[in-house]
Design a protein around this ligand. Structure first.
Ligand SMILES: NC(=O)C1=CN([C@@H]2O[C@H](COP(=O)(O)OP(=O)(O)OC[C@H]3O[C@@H](n4cnc5c(N)ncnc54)[C@H](OP(=O)(O)O)[C@@H]3O)[C@@H](O)[C@H]2O)C=CC1
Ligand SMILES: CC(=O)[C@@H](O)[C@H](O)COP(=O)(O)O
Ligand SMILES: [Mn+2]
Length: 391
């Protein structure tokens, strides 16, 4: 029986993870879980899975949850320290890191330092703290399994492991991108799109922030950086391939001309189940892939003019140091502002570019440096937005 700590249980990845746990009650149990503010959803999870410890974002939401679940023998906690504590809980075997955004970094690191097996959905933690994150994984000899569908596909298409043992045989990683809901739209047409339109991903059902990132191609930019850290590559070794059907989840091109890919219907239960049971596999109840129904798979070049975020991510990688934390922080602020209808869709990339080119970039010598860069860039992005300086 594998005991799971599920960080971000009320989110899209959280729900898919619970679905797999529920399908295999003799393999997995939910030991600890977290949410930020979704009290009702968490109460439902508590009733279905009775985890031992649950963490909410504030004292108020913790108290509300404790009242709703007063008949259950669960320890209800709140705040950052409690979040780190459940990730490091001595009963936990695996941590699913599925909090949205930079807020996921500290609890994920806590899980690494407690030598848990880490299932990484939260790409922002790896993007922002890159080298430091990977150094901790090596230092604590941790098994790190990529859950992001593309990276999980690359992992499945590489020989056995992530340790770079066979990288001399690998010529390129081919990172697929759906292109998002505005793949074929002109810049003029994208000018006035609403958050509702931007959240309508053509193939995947996901949380709001990553859905907007997919629409601006920042998701692919973050994933480019994520792939570089995970597989010890640089952006020159990774080609982004727009593949509107999201059936091929990514590919690895080898020196002999072979290209190996992982395919499947676009459902996160597949990479989640693979992470939970690797190196074995279990059933997921995801429908079999029907290639006759799909009939055609298409491929295009990404358009960096219409979607500049992808270029910004590559720039940030080559700038190095805190540049990736700077870009990520600007993007988190800009996406929230777009969702709140404070700025337009195209302004997201403009804010990102303004912050990335204005902020001071320094070497990452500690976690504090990353947090300082994050805070500074968030403030700068808010300032840029409130003064309209991205125009
Ligand atoms: N959804 C997907 O298919 C994929 C997601 N990912 C990555 O996985 C992560 C989660 O994505 P997704 O599930 O879509 O996101 P959701 O927005 O659906 O869920 C986010 C989860 O994180 C919690 N949360 C939000 N803010 C905070 C915070 N400040 N502190 C602690 N917890 C917080 C939420 O709690 P509450 O509900 O209470 O707000 C919720 O449980 C992201 O990093 C994303 O990029 C990667 C690949 C695919
Ligand atoms: C499911 C998943 O991994 C998402 O990151 C998804 O890939 C988003 O799709 P695009 O960013 O390719 O539109
Ligand atoms: Mn992805």
């Amino acid at each position: 029986m594998q005991k799971i700590c599920l960080l971000g249980a009320t989110g899209s990845i959280g729900q898919s993870t619970l679905d797999i746990i529920a399908q295999h009650p003799n393999k997995f149990s939910l030991e600890c879980a977290s949410a930020h503010s979704s009290v009702e959803k968490m109460a439902d999870i508590c009733r279905r899975f009775t985890p031992r410890r649950v963490v909410m974002g504030s004292e108020k939401t913790r108290d509300q949850l404790a009242v709703l679940c007063s008949d259950l023998a669960i320890s209800f906690e709140w705040g950052e320290a409690a979040l780190e504590s459940i990730a490091a809980d001595s009963n936990v075997d695996q941590v699913m890191a599925a909090i949205m955004g930079f807020a996921g970094l500290k609890p994920t690191l806590a899980g690494i330092r407690a030598q848990k097996r880490i299932l990484l959905a939260n790409k922002e933690s790896l993007v922002t703290a890159g080298k430091l994150f990977m150094d901790e994984v090596a230092k604590y000899n941790v098994t790190l399994l990529p859950i992001d569908s593309e990276h999980n596909a690359i992992f499945q298409s590489l020989p056995q492991n992530l340790d770079g043992a066979h990288t001399q045989d690998v010529r390129k990683l081919l990172l697929t991108a759906s292109g998002g809901p505005f793949r074929t739209w002109s810049v003029g047409d994208m000018q006035n799109v609403t958050p509702e339109q931007a959240c309508k991903h053509p193939n995947w059902s996901m949380g709001q922030k990553i859905s907007i990132d997919s629409a601006t191609l920042m998701n692919k930019g973050l994933e480019l950086i994520e792939a570089c850290w995970l597989f010890n590559m640089s952006p020159a070794d990774v080609s982004v391939v727009v593949h509107p059907e999201s059936i091929i989840h990514s590919m690895v091109a080898y020196c002999d001309g072979s290209v190996i890919s992982q395919m499947g219907n676009p459902d996160m239960k597949i990479p989640i189940a693979y992470g939970l049971t690797w190196p074995e596999r279990i059933s997921t109840q995801v429908a079999d892939l029907n290639l006759f129904e799909i009939a055609q798979l298409n491929f295009e070049q990404p358009d960096l003019q219409r979607f500049p975020n992808l270029r910004l991510a590559s720039d940030a990688w080559y700038m190095g140091g805190t540049a990736m934390a700077v870009l990520n922080a600007a993007n988190e602020v800009a996406v929230a502002a777009f969702l709140n209808k404070q700025i337009g869709f195209l302004d997201i990339a403009q804010v990102n570019e303004k912050v990335l080119t204005s902020a001071e970039v320094v070497a990452v010598d500690s976690l504090e440096t990353v947090f300082d860069a994050d805070l500074y860039s968030r403030n700068l992005a808010r300032d840029v937005i409130s003064h309209g300086h991205f125009l």
